[in-house]
Design a protein around this ligand. Structure first.
Ligand SMILES: [Zn+2]
Length: 334
């Protein structure tokens, strides 16, 4: 009887980890830096706040979590457990960007999703400079290497800032004017995954209808895909694809704006990719790449979005671009 109860207790511990990936993702709703209440000695509130201020000022999405080391699964190596945990977090958050998770004093794991960031190298470098009991130093070091400006700590004299702003403003205005995107340029509007004539997506109503059709087609693909196979675990990929379908369906059933339609396009694209990953698992082939390489230079790496671009002497068309090229084309400062 006692043995049985102990077994049950063990089972409960396994099924309710201290801080699961869903807790982290929920925490990110209110701040990009989530610190589990048990980890405040490691990352105090004011340090978490300072990290959040640094991260929030960024165009690219950076998410940080500090969770107890006991959140790691006990099967496999610590690295495997950390990787699996971060993969789950990424699946739930479903957003391109850089993810950093500190597992107490045990291990720090990073993941760059859909962005061209050598996060493994950067983390290894910073972990070599800071002790395990100094995750704040490690995280700030990583942000430094990601070129994230330091939070304003009030040490910079305001009068100097005003002088610089006044001096720069004139030139910057002119620069912005010159670089302002033309009428045919900007983030690509909704285009379905199937071929349509350019004038079939002229109005918002037409784009909404195309998106609804696209989501319906994706649903049919999910129904038709036979991704169950004994001995191959495709459940995570299939579930992610179905979640993407459900999310996209909710948006197109309302009256989505162009901004929301762009996110539908990303969601459906992500869902199709996860479905393709499941099919690759069953077929025993490598998982497909998430997105095309940057149109401007393949050495920039994977694209993060599509952009309307008019080549010199050519017609405006959509091209896949990396984060840096997106910033350049949108006239951003980075
Ligand atoms: Zn690029």
């Amino acid at each position: 009887m006692l043995a049985r109860m102990r077994f049950l207790a063990g089972l409960l511990l396994l099924t309710t980890p201290l801080t699961g990936p869903s807790t982290v993702v929920q925490g990110w709703d209110s701040s990009p830096v989530y610190v589990d209440p048990t980890q405040r000695a490691l990352v105090p509130d004011e340090e978490a706040q300072r990290l959040a201020e640094r991260v929030e000022a960024q165009d690219q999405s950076i998410r940080i979590a500090v969770v107890p080391a006991a959140s790691l699964a006990t099967t496999g190596t610590r690295e495997q457990a950390a990787r699996a945990y971060v993969d789950q977090v990424v699946d739930l958050q479903r957003e391109d960007g850089v993810y950093l998770v500190v597992f107490g004093g045990a291990i720090v794991w990073g993941s760059a999703v859909g962005v061209d960031t050598p996060i493994a190298e950067i983390l290894t470098d910073e972990l070599g400079k800071h002790s395990r009991s100094d995750p704040v130093g490690t995280l700030n070091g990583v942000l430094d290497q990601l070129d994230v400006p330091k939070a304003d700590d009030g040490g910079f004299p305001i009068w100097l800032l005003v002088l610089v702003v006044v001096a720069v403003a004139g030139g910057l205005g002119l620069w912005w004017w010159k670089r302002r995107p033309g009428k045919d340029e900007g983030p690509a509007l909704y285009r379905p995954s199937y071929d349509v004539l350019p004038d079939e997506a002229d109005t918002l109503e037409e784009r909404q209808a195309l998106a609804r059709e696209d989501v319906t087609r994706f649903g049919e693909e999910l129904d038709a895909a036979d991704v169950r196979l004994d001995g191959v675990d495709t459940s995570a990929d299939v579930q992610a694809a179905m979640d993407a379908y459900a999310d996209a369906g909710r948006v197109v059933d309302a009256e989505p704006t162009d901004e929301q339609l762009r996110s539908v396009r990303d969601t459906v694209e992500y869902g199709r990719w996860r479905l393709a990953c499941a099919q690759a698992l069953v077929a025993g082939t490598p998982k497909p790449a998430r997105r095309a390489l940057c149109f401007f230079d393949s050495s920039h790496g994977t694209s993060v979005t599509d952009w309307m671009y008019t080549p010199p002497g050519g017609k405006a068309r959509e091209v896949p671009v990396c984060a840096a090229c997106q910033a350049r084309l949108s006239g951003g400062t980075r």
